[in-house]
Design a protein. Structure first.
Length: 277
């Protein structure tokens, strides 16, 4: 495990969307990017100080919250008391269906690109680039299924779906099966890295499909604490993530908590003025 002070953990392996988001913010020329097997491993490596920061997926424009990450923020067993969100990264997510196409024939490529959108930004389903009749198993991260419903229900209805820890893990698994029976929903980058064919491209339901990632750090990390102090002196405004639990037995408990925003409007600024930290 990297001890470098500029090390950044991410949900791996290489070529995951989380890796791509991490590279956007933390170029490898200045940071050591450290792949982790699960989102929880990213939390654990930041909490333990093994890495300086971590990148985790948080929510998707078409499929909503990443529940694994939300559960870790809720932290019911108190494992991650020092984790703080200190940044956000948005990534446009274009999914591909990846596999070994050696035994399949080409479908008509001239009609293969389904990227037209309707008025609501919904993408009509992309058409497969290859005959998919040999595909018997699909691998991906659970978040990806819900982003590709139209393509999956039209061309791969009833095919067994197997959850794996990330989309790039799915590409790795599928690369091992050269029979053509397995396919992954993952990125083109992961396909290239694992020697897989693109059997379908832009298979996400909605144009503009994007995922928001959070950057994590320890709240007592002195290098950031000093920078925060300096920023506050300059009246820099930050977005804030607040996590809390309400008394579930009390009617209106959540409304009571939220009422504080109405009661003290001067303490809160409109987010358009806030700097993504
Ligand atoms: O980073 C990856 O590749 C993942 O598998 C995670 C994840 C997520 O949990 O949202 C990241 C981006 C996409 O929305 C789909 C999956």
């Amino acid at each position: 495990m990297a001890q470098n002070k500029d090390s950044v953990a991410y949900l791996g392996p290489k070529a995951s969307y989380t890796h791509q988001a991490a590279l956007d913010r933390f170029p490898e020329t200045e940071h050591e990017l450290v792949p982790q097997t699960t989102i929880e491993d990213v939390f654990a490596s930041v909490q333990s100080g093994q890495v300086k920061q971590g990148v985790v997926p948080f929510e998707n424009s078409s499929n909503g919250s990443v529940v694994f990450t939300l559960d870790l923020f809720a932290d019911p067993t108190g494992k991650y008391p020092d984790i703080l969100v200190c940044g956000e990264i948005y990534l446009l997510v274009h999914h591909c269906l990846l596999g070994h196409a050696a035994n399949s024939s080409f479908s008509d490529k001239s009609t293969s690109n389904g990227t037209a959108t309707d008025g609501e930004g919904t993408t009509s389903p992309a058409k497969p680039l290859y005959d998919l009749s040999s595909v018997k198993k699909l691998y991906s991260h659970p978040q990806a299924w819900g982003q590709c419903n139209i393509f999956l229900s039209k061309y791969l209805k009833g095919i067994e779906r197997l959850d794996v820890s990330s989309t790039s893990k799915a590409a790795e698994v599928v690369a091992q099966d050269t029979t053509g029976a397995s396919a992954a929903i993952s990125s083109r980058v992961a396909g290239d890295l694992n020697g897989l064919e693109v059997l379908g491209e832009n298979i996400e339901d909605k144009a503009g499909n994007s995922t928001r990632f959070f950057v994590l750090r320890r709240k007592d990390d002195q290098t950031f604490v000093a920078a925060d102090g300096e920023a506050n002196e300059n009246e820099t405004r930050y977005k804030t993530l607040v996590s809390f639990t309400v008394a579930h037995g009390e009617t209106g408990a959540l409304a009571d908590c939220l009422a504080v925003f109405k009661k003290y409007p001067d303490h809160f600024i409109h987010t358009s003025n806030a700097k993504p930290c």
